[in-house]
Design a binder for this molecule. Structure first.
Ligand SMILES: C[S@@+](CC[C@H](N)C(=O)[O-])C[C@H]1O[C@@H](n2cnc3c(N)ncnc32)[C@H](O)[C@@H]1O
Length: 249
């Protein structure tokens, strides 16, 4: 169990669909970018992770525990979420092999029991609740030697991340995009947390430089930039970052 207690409830804040960006965004445009991101995440992990099979812990699994990255039967996914409704949904749809209610950083699971710990689009909510350090130290504890933490999160150094941080600071984020708890994460912070937890070496990639709210033609025009996402100078500026941080064998 983590000694630290979050300063806010350990779950995502309520989302208000009546917000500016959702009023002007088409579902089909968002879906297009989601599909592109999932393909990029799959390609990056297949190329760089070096774990071909095993046990995955997906923390903050929501409705999508990461099957697009970790296919069955090679990977057995245990989904954890602090929201019991999400866990019930995962159980109903068999989206994961097991599902548990639990809070990141406070999971009563045995040490060295997973080959991958996945945080996909959850650390940036947890950053609103309290420190990230318990999530990284927990991942280090739960990983087997040779395993890796994979984190996929919005980056703070992309123009959209900068805008989001500004909206958070001046208190208009719920009116702009429906929630106050999307905190873009600095690439440096992700690497520092991984290093401090002993998850090293670590590497960073940009999943994408495009944004789901952009017009489809603009998304298509910008998509080739994503091929630069693994270059060390370009990676930190991604809209969405992918961190791989290893527990040494
Ligand atoms: C944006 S969703 C991401 C879901 C999924 N990982 C995905 O990629 O689609 C964030 C999820 O994290 C969960 N969550 C938020 N804070 C959490 C915490 N402290 N511990 C565990 N789960 C948390 C929420 O309930 C929500 O299901």
């Amino acid at each position: 169990m983590s000694a630290s207690s979050p300063s806010r409830p350990a779950t995502s804040e309520p989302y208000s669909p009546d917000n500016l960006l959702d009023r002007v965004s088409r579902r089909s445009t968002l879906e297009r970018q989601y599909a592109h991101m999932m393909a990029r995440e799959r390609a990056l992990t297949q190329r760089r992770l070096g774990v071909q099979r095993g046990d995955v812990l997906s923390v903050g699994a929501g409705w999508h525990p990461g099957r697009h990255i970790f296919p069955s039967p090679e990977f057995r996914i245990t989904a954890v979420d602090s929201d019991p409704a999400k866990v019930a949904g995962i159980r109903q749809t068999n989206a994961a092999d097991a599902a548990l209610v639990g809070v990141a950083g406070q999971l009563a699971l045995p040490p060295a029991s997973f080959d991958v710990v996945l945080y996909r689009l959850v650390l940036h909510h947890i950053a609103f609740q309290g420190p990230l350090t318990p999530c990284f130290t927990e991942a280090a504890r739960l990983l087997r030697p040779g395993g890796a933490l994979v984190a996929i999160e919005p980056g703070a150094w992309h123009p959209v991340g900068l805008g989001l941080a500004l909206a958070n600071r001046v208190g208009i984020a719920p009116a702009i995009h429906g929630t106050p708890d999307d905190v873009p994460l600095s690439p440096r912070r992700l690497l520092v947390e991984a290093h401090a937890a002993g998850l090293w070496p670590a590497e960073l990639h940009a999943v994408t430089y495009t944004w789901r709210r952009l017009a489809p033609a603009l998304q298509t025009a910008l998509a080739p930039l994503d091929e630069l996402g693994s270059r060390s100078r370009a990676a930190p500026f991604g809209h969405t970052l992918l961190l791989i941080a290893r527990r040494t064998p």
